[in-house]
Design a protein around this ligand. Sequence first.
Ligand SMILES: *[C@@H]1O[C@H](CO)[C@@H](O)[C@H](O)[C@H]1NC(C)=O
Ligand SMILES: *[C@@H]1O[C@H](CO)[C@@H](O)[C@H](O)[C@H]1NC(C)=O
Ligand SMILES: *[C@@H]1O[C@H](CO)[C@@H](O)[C@H](O)[C@H]1NC(C)=O
Ligand SMILES: *[C@@H]1O[C@H](CO)[C@@H](O)[C@H](O)[C@H]1NC(C)=O
Ligand SMILES: *[C@@H]1O[C@H](CO)[C@@H](O)[C@H](O)[C@H]1NC(C)=O
Ligand SMILES: *[C@@H]1O[C@H](CO)[C@@H](O)[C@H](O)[C@H]1NC(C)=O
Length: 237
Amino acid sequence: MVALFYSLFSASAFFWNPFGLLHATNCNVSTLSSQIDLPANQTQLVLPTNSTPSFVGLGFGVQNYTCTSGNNFTNVGAVAELIDVSCLAGSSVFLSLPDTLFSQWNSFNGPSIQDVILENHLINNTDILAQHYFITNPQTGQGVSPKWDFTSSGKFQGNQDAFVVGKGTGTIPSPNNATTDVNWLDVVAIEGEIADVVFRTDTRGGQPPASCTFGKSPDISVKYVAYYWFFGGSLGQ
Ligand SMILES: *[C@@H]1O[C@H](CO)[C@@H](O)[C@H](O)[C@H]1NC(C)=O
Ligand SMILES: *[C@@H]1O[C@H](CO)[C@@H](O)[C@H](O)[C@H]1NC(C)=O
Ligand SMILES: *[C@@H]1O[C@H](CO)[C@@H](O)[C@H](O)[C@H]1NC(C)=O
Ligand SMILES: *[C@@H]1O[C@H](CO)[C@@H](O)[C@H](O)[C@H]1NC(C)=O
Ligand SMILES: *[C@@H]1O[C@H](CO)[C@@H](O)[C@H](O)[C@H]1NC(C)=O
Ligand SMILES: *[C@@H]1O[C@H](CO)[C@@H](O)[C@H](O)[C@H]1NC(C)=O
């Protein structure tokens, strides 16, 4: 572990956290549901009436795809790091942050998202809210489910209930650019105490090429950025 630590830090490009100095963490976002940038005239992403926002994170990472026999890519998971941006929600820069972060992340030529996550843990980066990844679906044992894990960062470090595993209930094409940006989502909790509902909005990037060649095209990971809003939960803010 010591050797790994030094080899990681000796790579000068290893450190990557564009918002490391913002320290926009641990603000109360319970009254800020109106800051969620939902398009008018859609019924897929529905704000809960019985709970309020508990957390908002700006995620950066990758969407993973594999080529199907239909010669198109299908999503097989994602890995992302979420930065706590709760103190910026509602500020004038809030809606420009996804573009700013995406242009930096998309042109970043350094270590993988997993290594960036590892490095943030090693330096105990207090701007980090959670990690997003996929696990085996806990209800069916088949396929994968999205998980947002708050157990190893910030004030929920060590709290084994501080996560949410979800199931999608609503989706809309990105109002920004549906060709390049992954869909916006409404996800309900099936396990965990950190939230009852999660929204993915303001996506940038993450869409695969339109076609591929089954049996030839390798699996791909496509960089993306998104806001994740977490509503309710039983652990407080
Ligand atoms: C957050 O703000 C709401 C509304 O003002 C308040 O009811 C709630 O107690 C606050 N939460 C915390 C953890 O301070
Ligand atoms: C929403 O739909 C209504 C009724 O069709 C229409 O009048 C309004 O302009 C639409 N608003 C937007 C933002 O598209
Ligand atoms: C992929 O191709 C299959 C088979 O043609 C089709 O049913 C499916 O809708 C396609 N998926 C996408 C994302 O285009
Ligand atoms: C996503 O792809 C990366 C490689 O880019 C891999 O390390 C990771 O395990 C994959 N995760 C999922 C959930 O597919
Ligand atoms: C990480 O930082 C937090 C907040 O400052 C602190 O409570 C925690 O003890 C630190 N953890 C480690 C492993 O240093
Ligand atoms: C979406 O992005 C692509 C690639 O940058 C671009 O060619 C296309 O014109 C964009 N579409 C919209 C609706 O902005």
